[in-house]
Design a protein around this ligand. Structure first.
Ligand code: ADP
Ligand code: MG
Length: 294
Protein backbone atom coordinates (compact mmCIF):
# COMPACT_ATOMS: atom_id res chain seq x y z
CA UNK A 1 0.00 0.00 0.00
CA UNK A 2 1.21 3.49 -0.87
CA UNK A 3 -0.04 6.22 1.44
CA UNK A 4 0.31 9.84 0.36
CA UNK A 5 -0.49 12.55 2.90
CA UNK A 6 -0.80 16.30 2.32
CA UNK A 7 1.85 16.57 -0.39
CA UNK A 8 2.48 20.15 -1.48
CA UNK A 9 4.68 21.64 -4.14
CA UNK A 10 4.85 25.19 -5.47
CA UNK A 11 7.44 25.82 -8.20
CA UNK A 12 9.65 28.91 -8.10
CA UNK A 13 7.47 30.54 -10.79
CA UNK A 14 4.53 30.39 -8.38
CA UNK A 15 2.68 27.44 -9.98
CA UNK A 16 1.01 25.29 -7.31
CA UNK A 17 1.51 21.87 -8.91
CA UNK A 18 0.56 19.82 -5.83
CA UNK A 19 -2.07 21.44 -3.65
CA UNK A 20 -2.38 19.21 -0.59
CA UNK A 21 -2.56 15.78 -2.22
CA UNK A 22 -3.68 12.84 -0.08
CA UNK A 23 -4.26 9.44 -1.63
CA UNK A 24 -4.25 5.76 -0.64
CA UNK A 25 -3.07 3.53 -3.46
CA UNK A 26 -3.52 -0.22 -2.95
CA UNK A 27 -1.63 -2.98 -4.76
CA UNK A 28 -2.63 -3.53 -8.36
CA UNK A 29 -3.06 -1.10 -11.22
CA UNK A 30 -4.00 2.44 -10.23
CA UNK A 31 -5.03 4.99 -12.86
CA UNK A 32 -4.22 8.66 -12.29
CA UNK A 33 -6.28 10.49 -14.86
CA UNK A 34 -6.01 14.19 -15.57
CA UNK A 35 -5.58 16.79 -18.31
CA UNK A 36 -2.26 18.38 -19.22
CA UNK A 37 -1.01 20.59 -16.42
CA UNK A 38 -2.98 18.73 -13.71
CA UNK A 39 0.19 17.93 -11.77
CA UNK A 40 0.46 14.22 -12.61
CA UNK A 41 4.15 14.30 -13.57
CA UNK A 42 4.98 16.46 -10.54
CA UNK A 43 3.39 13.81 -8.31
CA UNK A 44 5.08 10.94 -10.19
CA UNK A 45 8.52 12.61 -9.96
CA UNK A 46 8.00 13.19 -6.23
CA UNK A 47 7.10 9.52 -5.66
CA UNK A 48 10.07 8.48 -7.81
CA UNK A 49 12.30 10.52 -5.42
CA UNK A 50 13.44 12.88 -8.21
CA UNK A 51 12.02 16.00 -6.64
CA UNK A 52 11.41 17.24 -3.15
CA UNK A 53 7.92 18.26 -1.99
CA UNK A 54 7.53 21.44 0.11
CA UNK A 55 5.49 19.51 2.64
CA UNK A 56 3.74 16.20 3.26
CA UNK A 57 4.63 12.51 3.37
CA UNK A 58 4.55 9.41 1.22
CA UNK A 59 5.00 5.90 2.54
CA UNK A 60 5.30 2.60 0.62
CA UNK A 61 4.57 -0.15 3.16
CA UNK A 62 7.33 0.56 5.71
CA UNK A 63 9.48 2.81 3.50
CA UNK A 64 9.37 6.56 4.06
CA UNK A 65 9.76 7.77 0.46
CA UNK A 66 10.64 11.39 1.19
CA UNK A 67 13.26 10.69 3.88
CA UNK A 68 14.58 7.34 2.72
CA UNK A 69 15.09 7.82 -0.98
CA UNK A 70 17.85 5.24 -1.44
CA UNK A 71 15.74 2.48 0.09
CA UNK A 72 12.80 3.37 -2.14
CA UNK A 73 14.97 3.46 -5.28
CA UNK A 74 15.91 -0.21 -4.76
CA UNK A 75 12.27 -1.25 -5.15
CA UNK A 76 11.23 1.34 -7.75
CA UNK A 77 10.61 0.90 -11.45
CA UNK A 78 10.00 4.21 -13.23
CA UNK A 79 9.13 5.08 -16.79
CA UNK A 80 9.23 8.90 -17.02
CA UNK A 81 7.05 10.90 -19.40
CA UNK A 82 10.17 12.30 -21.09
CA UNK A 83 12.81 9.65 -21.43
CA UNK A 84 15.30 12.11 -22.90
CA UNK A 85 17.75 10.89 -25.48
CA UNK A 86 17.59 7.23 -26.41
CA UNK A 87 21.01 5.64 -26.35
CA UNK A 88 22.71 4.32 -29.45
CA UNK A 89 23.12 0.87 -27.93
CA UNK A 90 21.11 -2.33 -28.08
CA UNK A 91 18.34 -3.07 -25.57
CA UNK A 92 20.24 -6.18 -24.58
CA UNK A 93 23.35 -4.24 -23.56
CA UNK A 94 21.39 -1.44 -21.96
CA UNK A 95 19.26 -3.79 -19.85
CA UNK A 96 22.38 -5.70 -18.82
CA UNK A 97 23.99 -2.43 -17.73
CA UNK A 98 20.89 -1.24 -15.85
CA UNK A 99 20.51 -4.63 -14.16
CA UNK A 100 24.09 -4.34 -12.89
CA UNK A 101 23.28 -0.91 -11.45
CA UNK A 102 20.18 -2.36 -9.78
CA UNK A 103 22.35 -4.92 -8.03
CA UNK A 104 21.89 -8.01 -10.21
CA UNK A 105 25.63 -8.70 -10.07
CA UNK A 106 25.81 -12.41 -10.93
CA UNK A 107 26.36 -12.78 -14.66
CA UNK A 108 24.19 -15.87 -15.19
CA UNK A 109 21.30 -14.39 -13.23
CA UNK A 110 21.61 -11.14 -15.17
CA UNK A 111 21.53 -12.98 -18.49
CA UNK A 112 18.33 -14.76 -17.42
CA UNK A 113 16.73 -11.51 -16.23
CA UNK A 114 17.57 -9.67 -19.44
CA UNK A 115 16.39 -12.49 -21.70
CA UNK A 116 13.13 -12.83 -19.79
CA UNK A 117 12.46 -9.09 -20.05
CA UNK A 118 13.26 -9.04 -23.78
CA UNK A 119 10.81 -11.88 -24.35
CA UNK A 120 8.15 -10.34 -22.12
CA UNK A 121 8.27 -7.01 -23.97
CA UNK A 122 8.51 -8.67 -27.38
CA UNK A 123 11.91 -7.13 -28.11
CA UNK A 124 13.92 -10.34 -28.26
CA UNK A 125 14.14 -10.35 -32.06
CA UNK A 126 15.52 -6.79 -32.07
CA UNK A 127 17.73 -7.23 -29.01
CA UNK A 128 20.90 -6.41 -30.99
CA UNK A 129 19.48 -3.34 -32.80
CA UNK A 130 20.09 0.19 -31.60
CA UNK A 131 17.38 1.67 -29.33
CA UNK A 132 17.53 5.07 -31.02
CA UNK A 133 16.19 3.48 -34.24
CA UNK A 134 13.08 2.04 -32.49
CA UNK A 135 9.49 3.15 -33.18
CA UNK A 136 7.58 4.95 -30.42
CA UNK A 137 5.86 1.74 -29.35
CA UNK A 138 9.12 -0.21 -29.22
CA UNK A 139 10.75 2.56 -27.17
CA UNK A 140 7.88 2.40 -24.68
CA UNK A 141 8.20 -1.38 -24.46
CA UNK A 142 11.91 -0.94 -23.78
CA UNK A 143 10.93 1.63 -21.15
CA UNK A 144 8.76 -0.95 -19.41
CA UNK A 145 11.49 -3.59 -19.66
CA UNK A 146 13.95 -1.31 -17.80
CA UNK A 147 11.26 -0.43 -15.23
CA UNK A 148 10.69 -4.12 -14.47
CA UNK A 149 14.33 -4.95 -13.66
CA UNK A 150 14.86 -6.34 -10.18
CA UNK A 151 11.24 -7.15 -9.27
CA UNK A 152 10.17 -3.66 -8.16
CA UNK A 153 7.42 -3.17 -5.55
CA UNK A 154 6.41 0.23 -6.91
CA UNK A 155 6.11 0.81 -10.64
CA UNK A 156 5.36 4.29 -11.97
CA UNK A 157 4.56 4.82 -15.64
CA UNK A 158 3.90 8.42 -16.65
CA UNK A 159 1.75 8.87 -19.80
CA UNK A 160 3.15 5.75 -21.43
CA UNK A 161 0.56 5.48 -24.21
CA UNK A 162 0.56 9.09 -25.45
CA UNK A 163 1.47 9.07 -29.12
CA UNK A 164 1.10 5.31 -29.62
CA UNK A 165 -1.08 4.01 -32.45
CA UNK A 166 -4.06 1.83 -31.44
CA UNK A 167 -2.33 -1.52 -31.99
CA UNK A 168 0.79 -0.47 -30.05
CA UNK A 169 -1.40 0.93 -27.29
CA UNK A 170 -3.23 -2.37 -27.10
CA UNK A 171 0.06 -4.25 -26.97
CA UNK A 172 1.28 -1.95 -24.22
CA UNK A 173 -1.96 -2.47 -22.25
CA UNK A 174 -1.45 -6.24 -22.41
CA UNK A 175 2.09 -5.83 -21.14
CA UNK A 176 0.96 -3.72 -18.18
CA UNK A 177 -1.88 -6.14 -17.41
CA UNK A 178 0.67 -8.93 -16.95
CA UNK A 179 2.47 -7.18 -14.09
CA UNK A 180 1.82 -9.07 -10.87
CA UNK A 181 -1.00 -8.04 -8.56
CA UNK A 182 1.37 -7.84 -5.65
CA UNK A 183 2.95 -4.64 -6.92
CA UNK A 184 1.68 -1.05 -6.71
CA UNK A 185 1.48 0.17 -10.30
CA UNK A 186 0.61 3.81 -10.95
CA UNK A 187 -0.34 4.68 -14.48
CA UNK A 188 -0.68 8.38 -15.14
CA UNK A 189 -2.56 9.34 -18.28
CA UNK A 190 -4.91 11.82 -19.93
CA UNK A 191 -6.44 8.98 -21.95
CA UNK A 192 -9.65 7.66 -20.39
CA UNK A 193 -9.44 4.28 -22.17
CA UNK A 194 -6.09 3.51 -20.47
CA UNK A 195 -7.88 3.61 -17.13
CA UNK A 196 -11.09 1.86 -18.16
CA UNK A 197 -9.14 -0.98 -19.81
CA UNK A 198 -6.66 -1.60 -17.03
CA UNK A 199 -7.24 -0.07 -13.63
CA UNK A 200 -8.95 -1.56 -10.59
CA UNK A 201 -8.70 1.78 -8.77
CA UNK A 202 -8.42 5.32 -9.98
CA UNK A 203 -8.27 9.01 -9.22
CA UNK A 204 -9.03 12.09 -11.27
CA UNK A 205 -6.59 14.95 -10.80
CA UNK A 206 -6.91 18.57 -11.91
CA UNK A 207 -5.11 21.81 -11.05
CA UNK A 208 -2.94 20.18 -8.42
CA UNK A 209 -5.80 18.50 -6.57
CA UNK A 210 -7.38 15.06 -6.35
CA UNK A 211 -10.96 15.62 -7.50
CA UNK A 212 -12.35 12.08 -7.26
CA UNK A 213 -11.16 8.60 -6.22
CA UNK A 214 -12.68 5.13 -6.25
CA UNK A 215 -13.08 2.04 -8.35
CA UNK A 216 -14.28 2.69 -11.91
CA UNK A 217 -17.67 1.20 -11.00
CA UNK A 218 -17.96 3.41 -7.86
CA UNK A 219 -17.34 6.52 -9.86
CA UNK A 220 -19.75 5.45 -12.61
CA UNK A 221 -22.48 5.08 -9.97
CA UNK A 222 -22.28 8.81 -9.31
CA UNK A 223 -23.89 9.51 -12.68
CA UNK A 224 -26.53 6.81 -12.44
CA UNK A 225 -29.92 8.02 -13.76
CA UNK A 226 -28.46 11.48 -14.38
CA UNK A 227 -27.14 11.25 -17.91
CA UNK A 228 -29.05 12.11 -21.09
CA UNK A 229 -28.19 12.16 -24.75
CA UNK A 230 -29.52 13.79 -27.88
CA UNK A 231 -28.49 14.60 -31.44
CA UNK A 232 -28.32 18.26 -32.33
CA UNK A 233 -27.34 20.52 -35.21
CA UNK A 234 -23.74 21.63 -34.78
CA UNK A 235 -24.79 25.28 -34.83
CA UNK A 236 -27.18 24.78 -31.88
CA UNK A 237 -24.51 23.77 -29.39
CA UNK A 238 -24.21 27.22 -27.80
CA UNK A 239 -27.97 27.29 -27.16
CA UNK A 240 -27.86 23.85 -25.53
CA UNK A 241 -24.91 24.93 -23.40
CA UNK A 242 -26.89 27.93 -22.18
CA UNK A 243 -29.87 25.81 -21.20
CA UNK A 244 -28.28 22.58 -19.99
CA UNK A 245 -25.23 21.19 -18.28
CA UNK A 246 -23.55 19.80 -21.40
CA UNK A 247 -20.62 17.63 -20.29
CA UNK A 248 -19.41 16.48 -23.67
CA UNK A 249 -20.13 16.55 -27.36
CA UNK A 250 -18.83 14.34 -30.10
CA UNK A 251 -19.44 13.57 -33.73
CA UNK A 252 -20.98 10.30 -34.76
CA UNK A 253 -21.64 9.53 -38.42
CA UNK A 254 -21.49 13.23 -39.21
CA UNK A 255 -23.96 14.24 -36.50
CA UNK A 256 -23.30 16.04 -33.23
CA UNK A 257 -24.23 14.10 -30.09
CA UNK A 258 -24.29 15.80 -26.71
CA UNK A 259 -24.38 14.35 -23.20
CA UNK A 260 -26.23 16.38 -20.60
CA UNK A 261 -26.25 16.02 -16.81
CA UNK A 262 -29.67 16.38 -15.19
CA UNK A 263 -31.66 14.79 -12.35
CA UNK A 264 -34.82 14.85 -14.49
CA UNK A 265 -35.35 14.56 -18.20
CA UNK A 266 -34.02 17.73 -19.82
CA UNK A 267 -36.57 17.51 -22.67
CA UNK A 268 -38.45 15.25 -25.06
CA UNK A 269 -35.58 15.01 -27.51
CA UNK A 270 -33.31 13.43 -24.84
CA UNK A 271 -32.92 9.75 -24.01
CA UNK A 272 -31.43 8.40 -20.76
CA UNK A 273 -28.06 6.63 -21.11
CA UNK A 274 -25.56 4.76 -18.96
CA UNK A 275 -22.44 6.73 -18.14
CA UNK A 276 -18.98 5.62 -19.16
CA UNK A 277 -15.69 6.78 -17.67
CA UNK A 278 -15.35 9.60 -20.17
CA UNK A 279 -18.63 11.09 -18.88
CA UNK A 280 -17.35 10.86 -15.31
CA UNK A 281 -14.04 12.46 -16.31
CA UNK A 282 -15.52 15.45 -18.10
CA UNK A 283 -18.30 16.03 -15.58
CA UNK A 284 -15.76 15.94 -12.72
CA UNK A 285 -13.51 18.48 -14.43
CA UNK A 286 -16.44 20.75 -15.29
CA UNK A 287 -17.96 20.63 -11.83
CA UNK A 288 -14.59 21.74 -10.46
CA UNK A 289 -14.50 24.68 -12.84
CA UNK A 290 -11.73 23.18 -14.97
CA UNK A 291 -12.24 24.19 -18.55
CA UNK A 292 -11.98 21.45 -21.12
CA UNK A 293 -12.62 22.39 -24.69
CA UNK A 294 -14.87 20.23 -26.82
N1 ADP B 1 9.92 22.45 -13.22
C1 ADP B 1 8.85 23.22 -13.28
N2 ADP B 1 8.92 24.55 -13.03
C2 ADP B 1 7.82 25.34 -13.07
N3 ADP B 1 6.58 24.90 -13.35
C3 ADP B 1 6.44 23.60 -13.62
C4 ADP B 1 7.55 22.68 -13.60
N4 ADP B 1 7.10 21.44 -13.91
C5 ADP B 1 5.77 21.58 -14.10
N5 ADP B 1 5.37 22.85 -13.93
C6 ADP B 1 3.98 23.36 -14.00
O1 ADP B 1 3.24 22.66 -13.00
C7 ADP B 1 1.95 22.31 -13.47
C8 ADP B 1 1.78 20.82 -13.42
O2 ADP B 1 2.63 20.23 -14.40
P1 ADP B 1 2.82 18.65 -14.53
O3 ADP B 1 3.13 18.09 -13.20
O4 ADP B 1 3.79 18.42 -15.63
O5 ADP B 1 1.34 18.19 -14.97
P2 ADP B 1 0.85 16.99 -15.91
O6 ADP B 1 1.90 15.93 -15.87
O7 ADP B 1 -0.45 16.57 -15.31
O8 ADP B 1 0.67 17.56 -17.29
C9 ADP B 1 1.84 22.92 -14.87
O9 ADP B 1 1.24 24.16 -14.75
C10 ADP B 1 3.29 23.03 -15.31
O10 ADP B 1 3.44 24.06 -16.26
MG1 MG C 1 2.86 14.92 -17.34
Amino acid sequence: MLTIKNLKKTYSNGVKALNDISLDIPKGMFGLLGPNGAGKSSLMRTLATLQEPDDGSAQLDDIDIINNKDTLRKVLGYLPQEFGVYPRVSPELMLDHLATLKGVTRKGERRETVDALLHQTNLYDVRKKSIDTFSGGMKQRFGIAQALIGEPKLIIVDEPTAGLDPSERNRFHNLLAEIGENVVVILSTHIVDDVSDLCANMAIMGEGEILLTGTPSDVLDKLKNKLWRTKIKRGDIATYRDQHQVILSHLSAGQTIIHVLSDDSPGQEFEPIDADLEDVYFSTLLSNGINVSF
